[in-house]
Design a binder for this molecule. Structure first.
Ligand SMILES: C[S@@+](CC[C@H](N)C(=O)[O-])C[C@H]1O[C@@H](n2cnc3c(N)ncnc32)[C@H](O)[C@@H]1O
Length: 283
């Protein structure tokens, strides 16, 4: 399919001096830090399990491949695997560097035929999709994007416009409770005291992968309710791995860690301490 690369400005939204965060300058760093090891493997294992089961079921019910959109896709691993399974996928990111890496993976997976690429802020996607007569999707993936947006709630209106009537949303976002809990375990009480009086976690380090504007689970749930979604499932991503200061016992076996993360990712109360939360919801 065609390439639809357009100018992707680094900063696209200004609100109270906040701006959306393009990963253009930290694409290599992100790839290595987030997906270069076990952390990324756990993240992908949980998302694959949650999403592929739903996609298979929906695709069988509809008797056709699904039409899927991935916004803020980054390296787009899940979207590429879905394309390799035969679904039609639209991949978007504000960062050309991130999508350049995703394109290499798509070629390796021989999945390019089913993918269209849109380098632009998601806020400009509507215009570009309309020009191609592409409007509605059976499933929208929005993973680890919310916490990097200047105005995260605005993305809910975008989903409303672009999901089919029975469409589903796979929303994965950074869990601010995990930040507090990890710092409690590490004894970083001064940091927690300081942040108590600050609006958000504005990171000073330009390379930091700790989100500046995390959104609490309760807030995301209230948006989903206001927009008439029904939750199909919720999982926690990395519910114990990041909290363990000592790599002892089963922690020495990466496959065992993934197996246990998968098991506890859907169990109360552990899942609510995941570094990220995944909500699959339909309308
Ligand atoms: C933390 S990464 C997540 C990437 C991928 N979804 C994942 O889960 O691995 C956030 C991505 O959102 C992109 N992004 C930030 N603001 C955006 C916007 N307004 N529209 C589209 N993408 C955006 C960044 O460039 C970055 O690639």
């Amino acid at each position: 399919m065609d390439n639809k690369d357009s100018q992707a400005p680094d900063v696209i939204a200004q609100k109270d001096q906040r701006s959306d965060r393009s990963f253009d300058t930290i694409a290599d760093h992100f790839e290595k830090k987030v997906y270069g090891g076990l952390k990324g493997d756990i993240r992908l294992a949980v998302l694959r399990r949650d999403i592929f089961a739903y996609v298979n079921q929906m695709s069988q019910k509809l008797g056709r491949p699904l039409h899927i959109l991935d916004v803020g896709a980054g390296l787009a691993q899940i979207a590429i695997e879905l394309a390799a399974q035969g679904h039609t996928v639209v991949v978007n990111d504000i960062s050309a560097n991130m999508l350049a890496k995703a394109k290499v993976s798509a070629e390796q997976a021989q999945a390019t035929e089913n993918i269209s690429w849109y380098v632009c802020p998601y806020q400009q996607l509507e215009e570009q999709l309309a020009a191609e007569n592409v409007e509605k999707f059976d499933l929208i993936l929005c993973h680890a994007l919310l916490e990097w947006l200047a105005e995260p709630v605005a993305v809910m209106d975008f989903f409303d416009k672009h999901l089919t009537d029975n469409g589903a949303l796979s929303l994965c976002f950074y869990n601010p409770a995990s930040f507090d809990y990890r710092n409690l375990i590490m004894g970083n009480f001064n940091l927690l005291d300081t942040l108590l009086h600050k609006d958000d976690n504005q990171a000073d380090n330009k390379k930091s992968l700790t989100p500046n504007h995390p959104v609490a689970k309760q807030e995301v749930e209230s948006w989903l309710q206001q927009h008439h979604y029904q939750t199909l499932l919720t999982s926690g991503l990395r519910v114990f791995h990041d909290y363990s200061p000592l790599k002892r016992g089963g922690h020495n076996d990466p496959e065992a860690v993934i197996r246990m993360e998968l098991r506890y990712s859907q169990q109360e109360p552990y899942k609510w301490l995941g570094r990220y939360l995944h909500i699959l919801a339909s309308r």
